[in-house]
Design a protein around this ligand. Structure first.
Ligand SMILES: Nc1ncnc2c1ncn2[C@@H]1O[C@H](COP(=O)(O)OP(=O)(O)OP(=O)(O)O)[C@@H](O)[C@H]1O
Ligand SMILES: [Mg+2]
Length: 230
């Protein structure tokens, strides 16, 4: 019969059913903490299981995938600029890297869509110190790995350009890598922002990977439609 005992493990001073249960309890607790920490990365659930193995070798993706792998291995603080057409797999590649970094290196990973980034930055600035501190420039600059998804879709203003420049500068100075995904080439990004300062820095600080693949969402939709019509 199981008996209630004082739990003497490092996690909590609570009660467990028996000493045999202790390792199981600890493992479950560790798994729960890990799942919570993964949630904190804000990697979208759709890409939570993104791995190199699950990234399909579609035509036009090979070189970009290899550049991403080399970039990951180098781990030298350089940025990574991932560009390519809609649906080609940029966000999936970025999340593959971010999830690998979380599993193998650090929990200090954050994924954020650029539109949310500016909304959250503005909201944090409206609040007092101590509130929403995760979304202030110093905290964002301190993350070991930051993914900025879909750069260029935000409506560019003086505010967005200034904050982005400030964030990228601080991360570069700290030697913390940033992964940026965008549908725009660096030239087109400069035109979109009406400002060459950001593309100029990215050309210098970032490795460039171009995903030259077609839209996988459309491909999937086509496959689904075919299956239904059979
Ligand atoms: N090589 C791949 N292997 C497996 N799934 C893929 C691959 N490429 C894309 N996908 C899937 O296709 C969908 C679109 O990919 P993703 O969101 O990464 O594209 P994107 O290039 O970021 O598109 P957008 O420009 O619209 O942001 C996702 O569901 C993603 O998981
Ligand atoms: Mg995307």
């Amino acid at each position: 019969m199981q008996k209630l005992e004082m739990y003497r493990g490092p996690i909590t001073g609570g009660y467990v059913l028996c000493t045999d249960c202790e390792p199981k309890y600890e493992a479950e607790h560790a798994e729960r903490s890990r799942a919570a920490a993964f949630g904190d990365t804000a990697i979208p659930p759709e890409f939570a299981d993104a791995t190199w193995e699950s990234f399909l070798p579609r035509a036009g993706t090979e070189l970009a995938r290899d550049i991403c792998r080399v970039w990951y291995q180098a781990n030298d603080g350089r940025f990574l600029y991932l560009t390519g057409p809609v649906g080609s797999g940029k966000t999936r590649l970025a999340c593959t890297l971010a999830a690998a970094a979380f599993r193998e290196r650090t929990t200090s990973v954050l994924f954020v869509h650029v539109v949310d980034l500016f909304d959250r930055l503005r909201a944090a600035e409206m609040k007092g110190p101590g509130e929403d501190d995760n979304f202030r420039i110093p905290a964002l600059a301190a993350r070991q790995l930051l993914v900025l998804d879909d750069l260029g879709v935000e409506k560019p203003t003086e505010y967005t350009c200034t904050r982005l420049l400030q964030l990228l500068e601080r991360r570069h100075q700290a030697g913390h890598p940033t992964i940026i995904t965008s549908n725009l080439s660096l030239d087109a990004l400069g035109q979109r922002l009406g400002d060459d300062r950001i593309p100029s820095r990215l050309a210098d600080w970032a490795d460039l990977a171009i995903v030259r693949a077609t839209d996988y969402r459309l491909e999937r939709a086509g496959q689904r439609a075919k299956r239904k019509s059979r």
